[in-house]
Design a protein around this ligand. Structure first.
Ligand code: SF4
Length: 210
């Protein structure tokens, strides 16, 4: 159990369970290939069976860290900050995004959208999961919809999600890494037949970077 005062800070979003932070190249989606500082926040109960960061799920394994410390670190490295998880919207993102933006940084999120949207975002990447669908507010503000394709049924799911997202959202299909050999050719065909979609690849994994 966390000490009471730490728990209060976490509940307010003034402290976040920090799993890792690193400066790298954004590997996926619209901003692929651009330098960004990633802040990975622990805690997720969405439960995707193919999740590649299962060690993020239990927030108690990751030390509650004052957002001022996180922001000071991030500002040393990059102009663009990506908050990911875990599921960042498990927590109140208002304090950290307010402070990042006050430092003149571009603030991006990668989220399943399963919880109410908090925080102010320059780029909102929504990656819906079947287990726990996004809240309407996430569909409404998404700049980018990124659907992970693990099997053929996921193309149907992708269209269902595209019907819910706002008209300006850019649509991506991305092969789940362990199924990339089977799914990538299907995605290529699908995008050629349905050109409102774009292909997204996990290029950081091909580059062997985080
Ligand atoms: Fe993993 Fe993301 Fe699914 Fe959570 S929402 S289980 S972090 S893939």
């Amino acid at each position: 159990m966390l000490k009471k005062e730490i728990q209060i800070a976490v509940d307010k979003g003034e402290s976040l369970p920090l799993m890792e932070e690193f400066y790298t190249i954004q590997g996926e989606g619209y901003h692929t290939g651009t330098a960004a500082y990633f802040i990975r926040v622990g805690g997720c109960d969405v439960g995707c069976h193919w999740c590649d960061v299962k060690e993020s799920w239990n927030a108690e394994l990751h030390p509650p860290t004052d957002v001022d410390i996180i922001v000071t670190n991030a500002a040393k490295y990059a102009k663009t900050i990506v908050i990911t998880g875990g599921e960042p919207l498990t927590w109140d993102m208002t304090p950290i995004t307010t402070k990042l933006k006050a430092s003149g940084l571009n603030v991006h999120i990668e989220t399943s959208g399963a919880y109410p949207v908090t925080g102010a975002w320059d780029w909102f990447c929504l990656s819906p999961k079947k287990n726990k669908l996004p809240v309407q507010g996430a569909y409404d503000i998404a700049h980018e919809l990124k659907v992970i394709i693990h099997n053929k049924h996921d193309f149907i799911f992708a269209e269902e999600q595209a019907a819910k997202v706002n008209d300006d959202a850019i649509l991506f299909l991305q092969p789940e890494w362990s199924k990339k050999e089977q799914m990538t050719p299907l995605i290529v065909d699908y995008v050629m037949n349905n050109p409102k979609w774009r292909v997204s690849l996990q290029t950081h994994k091909y580059l062997n970077i985080p």
